[in-house]
Design a protein around this ligand. Structure first.
Ligand code: NAG
Ligand code: NAG
Ligand code: NAG
Ligand code: NAG
Ligand code: NAG
Ligand code: NAG
Ligand code: NAG
Ligand code: NAG
Ligand code: NAG
Ligand code: NAG
Ligand code: NAG
Ligand code: NAG
Length: 524
């Protein structure tokens, strides 16, 4: 709102910068809204070499990791749907299943420095992970880089048995196959190409279906392509996508990391224009899949805020409130863009992981540093708060449609949520980074005048995703007054009362949003 003109210029300079933005919210579903959003839209992906650390308790225990279970059940509670988990990644592509090995994981070369591309053997304890967690469905990748079809088929059978047909969603064949013949990887020879991939696919998929008995179960059972984000044009060409058969391929899956470690939060994550620019690379794929008659949806099977290089782990970029705000903005934007699901990638040492339940080595210090990824107890990281916000935005009714609303402020994004054609909620994200230092002055606040909420609406509830600054770590971030703290064992603790109920008059209400905050406004 405009400041009262009695305020002196001196006082004005000391006040937080307050501005006003008007937003007319369409009261019925606009034509640019998404299709109905899957309640399991916010899924997770677990890097295979971390799976046992997420699912089981301790390094050698065989019981459920209760921290993970509580987090998962919390999501299922909010959306009313089991949480979809894709188990895979570069590590699973380099595994070999060994039914005679009882340990979860054994590297083949014990003296080398292990990377995601190291060869390893996967044993019985790893397969136990599927049965340990409930409220889940699974997408299981099969190892393809190692090019052992017999082994992959054995693994598919054992994997499906461990998952159970009720909780099985799909298989994938391999991970990011466009990298199989590159300067650093030698998984195939120089004749590797999309055509070679499709040819092998046509040998592997039927073998898997037959061995697992899924050939007797109607519908497609695979996620296809599983390409890394920067897709060379020949891999996303229409003639490749046109060859995917919707009897076999349920969805096309691609991977997405918006930024790279070492970049600026404000420039690459808290920046909606950059998000749209990065996502524009997928328009052509989406258009092809929509117009070629096969009607195969596009999902992102691996998603993270930023990828590291050479072992970097940029917690400043990935694990702060700013990354949570990116998560909210990106997830809601991706729904309006036309995606059908997003698996937020988890790994025990990934700074972009929403949560890390395990203590890699608990025998040493307690929670010494929130940015220390070598030895810590269960914890959520910044991005988690974006996931949970969006799970609440989706809600339980199974009818949500989302429309992005244009605003006149580049830093503020807005999304309206509809159920059965009626406006139900509005998400507002203020992506202006306020880092809490004196150099930045006091925290700017924007007043947003929402209009069009309907004459019958008398009240709204305003829930807040916030923290002391955009640089806040998970221990200081809260969503709707709740925090997920180490001692909470994956369950929330109410630490604040910052949810408001505001009166609506003539379909209009003013809400205040600070720099580096997101709000969920729900019509009551
Ligand atoms: C799920 O919701 C029920 C009912 O509200 C609640 O009792 C339970 O604690 C919730 N579980 C989790 C893991 O959030
Ligand atoms: C294992 O890794 C070490 C260190 O990189 C290397 O010197 C050795 O040749 C590897 N062993 C095998 C069997 O590949
Ligand atoms: C391929 O897998 C089969 C079955 O697990 C195994 O017997 C065989 O040794 C593997 N081949 C190679 C080259 O690793
Ligand atoms: C590359 O691998 C394929 C499949 O295994 C094989 O048929 C082909 O001969 C190999 N080409 C070269 C150049 O080694
Ligand atoms: C789109 O993909 C191409 C090909 O990998 C890449 O060169 C380009 O940087 C990408 N553009 C964006 C906006 O990410
Ligand atoms: C599957 O693809 C075929 C061939 O393009 C198409 O005719 C059919 O409508 C598609 N099926 C579905 C369910 O979209
Ligand atoms: C944990 O760390 C301690 C102290 O460094 C070490 O003795 C122990 O072997 C480690 N345990 C595991 C399972 O790595
Ligand atoms: C990380 O944790 C380890 C083990 O507790 C400790 O030795 C190390 O000093 C910690 N590093 C930082 C940066 O806190
Ligand atoms: C979508 O359409 C609505 C209604 O016309 C409009 O208010 C909104 O700004 C549009 N969104 C975008 C991103 O153009
Ligand atoms: C958006 O945020 C940037 C970076 O903090 C700031 O410089 C700019 O003034 C903001 N724009 C508006 C309209 O508030
Ligand atoms: C905070 O922002 C100010 C002004 O934009 C900048 O000078 C300072 O380096 C930033 N500090 C941190 C810790 O990000
Ligand atoms: C939260 O604060 C409001 C006043 O701002 C009060 O009406 C409400 O009862 C409080 N709720 C709880 C759970 O303490």
């Amino acid at each position: 709102m405009p400041l009262a003109n009695t305020v002196s210029l001196v006082a004005l300079a000391a006040l937080p910068l307050s501005q006003c933005l008007s937003l007319a919210v369409p009261s019925t579903v606009p034509s640019n809204a998404s299709d109905v959003i899957d309640q399991a839209y916010v899924g997770f992906g677990i890097e295979a070499t971390s799976f046992h650390l997420y699912a089981l308790d301790g390094l050698n225990g065989a019981v459920t990791n209760q921290w993970t279970q509580n987090i998962i059940s919390g999501f299922a509670n909010r959306t009313g749907a089991p949480v979809n988990i894709r188990v895979g990644g570069t590590s699973l592509d380099n595994a070999r299943y060994d039914p005679s090995q009882s340990a979860a994981l054994r590297y083949e070369n014990t003296t080398e420095t292990h990377t995601l591309h190291s060869k390893w053997k996967l044993g019985q304890r790893w397969l136990k992970c599927f049965g340990a967690l409930s409220d889940t469905t699974y997408v299981l990748q099969l190892p393809f880089a190692r090019n052992n079809k017999t082994n992959a088929v054995e693994f598919a059978k054992a994997g499906l048995d461990a998952i159970g047909s009720d909780n099985f969603d799909a298989f994938e064949i391999g991970n990011e196959p466009q990298w199989y013949y590159t300067a650093i990887y030698n998984d195939r020879n120089s004749s590797w190409s999309p055509q070679a991939y499709l040819q092998q696919w046509d040998e592997w998929a039927p073998a898997v279906l037959e061995a697992t008995g899924l050939d007797q179960v109607e519908g497609p059972h695979f996620h296809g392509m599983t390409l890394a984000g920067k897709v060379p044009p020949e891999w996303s060409a229409p003639n490749v996508l046109d060859q995917l058969d919707n009897q076999t391929v349920k969805v096309v899956s691609q991977h997405y990391y918006q930024s790279t470690d070492g970049t600026s939060l404000q420039d690459t994550l808290m920046n909606h224009a950059f998000t749209k620019y990065r996502m524009s690379n997928f328009s052509e794929t989406l258009d092809t899949l929509e117009t070629n008659g096969n009607n195969i949806p596009l999902i992102f099977g691996e998603v993270g805020s930023a990828l590291g290089g050479a072992g970097s782990a940029d917690y400043d970029l990935n694990a702060r409130l700013g990354a949570a705000l990116w998560t909210v903005d990106w997830l809601l934007y991706s729904m309006t863009f036309g995606l059908k699901q997003a698996s937020m990638q988890l790994g025990i040492a990934f700074p972009f992981a929403g949560f890390q339940p395990a203590t890699v080595n608990s025998s040493t210090s307690p929670y010494s540093s929130p940015t220390n990824d070598t030895d810590h107890p269960g914890r959520v990281l910044g991005g988690f708060y974006g996931d949970i916000f969006v799970a609440d935005f989706i809600g339980r009714d199974g009818e949500l449609r989302v429309a992005e609303l244009e605003t006149t402020n580049n830093n503020i994004t807005a999304y309206a949520g509809y159920s059965s054609d009626a406006l139900r909620k509005v998400a507002l994200v203020n992506l202006q980074l306020w880092n809490g230092t004196e150099a930045q002055g006091s925290r700017p606040t924007e007043t947003i005048s929402l209009d069009g909420l309907g004459e019958d609406t008398t009240k709204v509830k305003v829930q807040r995703l916030t923290g002391p600054s955009g640089m806040a770590l998970a221990t200081e971030i809260s969503w709707a007054g709740q925090q997920w703290l180490t001692e909470g064992n994956g369950l929330p603790t109410t630490t604040k009362n910052d949810t408001l109920t505001l009166a609506v008059e003539g379909g209009a209400v003013d809400v205040e949003i600070k720099a580096s905050e997101a709000l969920l406004v729900t019509l009551l």
